[in-house]
Design a protein around this ligand. Structure first.
Ligand code: FAD
Ligand code: NAP
Ligand code: SF4
Length: 674
């Protein structure tokens, strides 16, 4: 019997059949605008099609200039553009995979001065105020969706997805929050719903019956004045009647203040929303958000919560996700840890998307692990993310790799990261690397601290030093006081921490330690329940109010925490663009006092003496946790003579602004060259 029978049951759409129930959901990667052609985007999609996914939806392509998310972003308005896309559909169609083009009109989320919306109301996350569309402007927009679909068909796509969620133009028409019109496109629900329905009807008329039309329906807006559940069900029925083939689930507008895809969202945390819709329509429903393993996908399908599963980022992390699951090798899947660091955060800063755990994502034409011509014997010192990534990739190419690790586990600092409540996914990366070392026959020597003697005597052709970092100890008078503890001691549970705590350093680790100290000690891994998550963020699972919002639960902080930094900028300003706000609001709800512009004076029995705005203050805390950054641990590297081919990567190479993304990327790129 197959391991995931529900995933691998084909989905019959009448005129065509999908080979399995997994959709690679839409993601903008930046390759959509690549010059001179779309060959990199084609290579990226081809790798996922080869990996067995049933259907792909492209990143959002605009039907006209007004609908551009940013100036000069991809659009589908001419035959020339359609021909450029053929390289994508041809690449995907070498495999049993369908591909649909997403048509996205950004409406008031467009980041340019000529954006349009139902009404002239600025979005809270965008400095540009939109123009209100005229009646003829709406008619032209419908026609542009129709034309884009015709061109998508010409380009060889199997269908289109109409982006009707996440707070973009269509969603803006649907709700009173953004639609204040009094003509035939606003007012009553039927009038607000007219735009999406006319778009679907018009596209169906244009493309005929044998073309997939997916409608991405916002089933939970998570904003005040959003749609009611009753309206969403009515709309779903109207979408079906208008000619859509499939309804995909959209969760939360971009301006919503509830996390929807971050790693702290419990796995499958929003499948309950699609489940509520099951049985209301006769066309298939797709569910989405924070589904990242075949086990989770199978369970959701088995529970009858959806007909199909959409996963987007998991396909950046592992293009072969589906084939590995099919072959019963799910323990070899490189799991998306929901960090957003190389995908969303890259896109927000106008960089090509990639993946923290898989730097090859979106760089398929640039990084590849070809078999080596002559095998080398390579010593790798340190099994943190840098050493692991290098070892796994170099061994995959055919080198003989010996990996030395001083401690009893692989993972380096990821063993601390995985203990942070909400970061349980980091366990998966360690599971993945352990498996990769095993299948690529890396010789792992745990509990063995490598020194220059061991390395000299080992007869290695090359040595890769990946010895990581050491925590920085700031030179504050009294730093040796018994109240002072390191983040490592705290996270490893080696010290008892009091009720009142000051944290010196408000970088990623200062935030993580604050989060850790706000939770009771717990068995690991122990992710938050969906119910608790929804309570904390104020989501109404009964859906009695419009938008699905409820009053958030009152939080009783476990400790009194001061999170301090010397810089005068807002605390947390340098955290990831897509996740920093989540960390800040969690600490705020727990009444953590985040203070910037601090000078540290001394530490003594009274506590931590600081100066803020030229005023001296004593924080009478039980403990002071040092999270003041790190320095490179490169003594070994410095001690190795020039007789070897020696390389240094990760934190040992450079500690400042180090993160796992850089460590893994450096490891893989070195393995490609060595
Ligand atoms: P390390 O992880 O430090 O690994 C070095 C390894 O070398 C260790 O296992 C050590 O035991 C071993 N070693 C040292 N000397 C020797 C020797 N002589 N012989 C044998 N072995 C030796 N990064 C992110 O990108 N995203 C996050 O969300 C994130 N969260 C974090 C949360 C916490 C609490 C912490 C502590 C870190 C977090 N990081 C995060 C940072 C990330 O873990 C580091 O950037 C990354 O681990 C650096 O990798 P590395 O391989 O260079 O070094
Ligand atoms: P960090 O981000 O560099 O932060 C170090 C903090 O220590 C800063 O707030 C800094 O602020 C303070 N500091 C530096 N020198 C000091 C000194 N001499 N005395 C007192 N304070 C000092 O480093 P980190 O928090 O240790 O994190 C390490 C890396 O892990 C980071 O690069 C980060 O990207 C990564 N990480 C990422 C995440 C994530 O969620 N993405 C989570 C955890 C860690 P002031 O100088 O203003 O005081
Ligand atoms: Fe997933 Fe992080 Fe990779 Fe994005 S960068 S795909 S969130 S693991």
């Amino acid at each position: 019997m197959k391991k995931y029978p529900h995933i691998f049951e084909p989905l019959d759409l009448g005129f065509t059949k999908l080979s399995n129930r997994i959709l690679m959901g839409s993601m903008h990667t930046g390759l959509e605008e690549d010059k001179p052609d779309l060959s990199r985007l084609a290579a990226y999609f081809e790798a996922r099609a080869k990996g067995g996914v049933g259907m792909i939806v492209t990143g959002g392509i605009s039907p006209n200039r007004r609908g551009w998310l940013t100036p000069f972003s991809a659009k589908m308005t001419t035959k020339r553009e359609a021909h450029k896309h053929q390289i994508i559909t041809e690449a995907v169609h070498k495999y049993d995979t369908k591909i649909c083009m997403q048509i996205l009109h950004a409406g008031r989320y467009a980041y340019h001065p000529f954006s349009v919306a139902p009404s002239k109301i600025k979005a809270p996350i965008n400095p540009f105020k939109p123009f209100a569309l005229s009646n003829s402007g709406i008619r032209r927009t419908i026609n542009d969706f129709r034309k884009s679909s015709k061109l998508a068909k010409l380009a060889g796509y199997d269908g289109v997805e109409i982006m009707g969620s996440e707070g973009y133009l269509i969603n803006q028409f649907l709700v009173e929050r953004t639609n204040k019109r009094t003509d035939e496109w606003g007012g009553s629900f039927e009038k607000r719903a007219r735009l999406p329905i006319e778009i679907i009807k018009s596209i169906r008329e244009e493309v005929g019956d044998d073309f997939i039309i997916i409608f991405r329906l916002s089933m939970l807006d998570l904003v005040e004045g959003g749609s009611s559940w009753d309206e969403i069900v009515r709309l779903a029925k109207m979408i079906e009647a208008a000619g859509a083939t499939i309804i995909n689930t959209g969760i939360g507008w971009h301006e919503a203040r509830v996390p929807t895809i971050a790693t702290s969202v419990p796995r499958g945390g929003f499948a309950w929303v699609t489940k509520k819709m099951m049985g209301e329509v006769n066309i298939p429903l797709i569910t989405t958000n924070r589904i990242n393993t075949p086990e989770m996908a199978e369970q959701i399908l088995k529970d009858g919560s959806a007909d199909m599963i959409s996963m987007a980022r998991p396909f950046l992390a592992d293009p072969e996700f589906v084939n590995k699951a099919k072959a019963g090798r799910s323990d070899e899947i490189n799991t998306c840890i929901g960090c957003n660091q190389a995908c969303l955060d890259h896109v927000f800063s106008k960089k090509i998307a990639s993946c923290l755990v898989n730097p090859m994502a979106c760089h398929e034409t640039e990084i590849s692990l070809e078999p080596v011509k002559s095998e080398k014997k390579i010593a790798v010192v340190g099994a943190g993310p840098a050493g692991l990534a290098f070892s796994a990739a170099a061994a995959e190419r055919g080198h003989k790799v010996v990996l030395f690790e001083a401690s009893s586990n692989i993972g380096g600092q990821f063993n601390l990261a995985k203990r942070i409540p909400g970061k349980e996914e980091f366990y998966e990366t360690l599971r993945y690397f352990a498996k990769k070392l095993e299948i690529n026959n890396v010789e792992l020597r745990l509990n063995q601290r490598a020194d220059s003697k061991v390395l000299e005597e080992g007869g290695f052709d090359s040595i890769v030093v990946a010895t990581g970092i050491r925590p920085r100890t700031p030179g504050i008078p009294g730093i040796d006081h018994a109240k002072v503890i390191s983040y490592i001691d705290v996270l490893e549970g080696r010290v008892e921490v009091g009720d009142k705590v000051a944290i010196i350093g408000a970088g990623g680790i200062g935030f993580d330690v604050s989060e850790f100290l706000l939770h009771e000690k717990r068995e690991e891994p122990n992710p938050e329940t969906i119910e608790h998550f929804m309570d904390f963020w104020g989501v109404d699972m009964q859906f009695e109010e419009k938008g699905g919002l409820a009053v958030a639960a009152e939080v009783k902080p476990l400790r009194e925490i001061y999170l301090l930094q010397r810089k005068s900028e807002k605390v947390g300003a340098r955290l990831g663009k897509s996740t920093g706000w989540i960390h800040r609001s969690k600490l705020k709800k727990n009444k953590v006092k985040m203070m910037q512009g601090i000078q540290y004076e001394k530490i003594d029995d009274q506590g931590l003496h600081i100066k803020i705005k030229e005023k001296s203050v004593v924080l009478d805390v039980d403990n002071i946790v040092i999270c003041a950054g790190q320095i490179s641990n490169r003594d070994l590297y410095d001690s190795l003579g020039g007789n070897h081919d020696v390389h240094v990567i990760g934190g040992a190479f450079q500690a400042s602004e180090l993160d796992a993304k850089r460590a893994i990327d450096q490891g893989v790129r070195l393995a490609q060259e060595i």
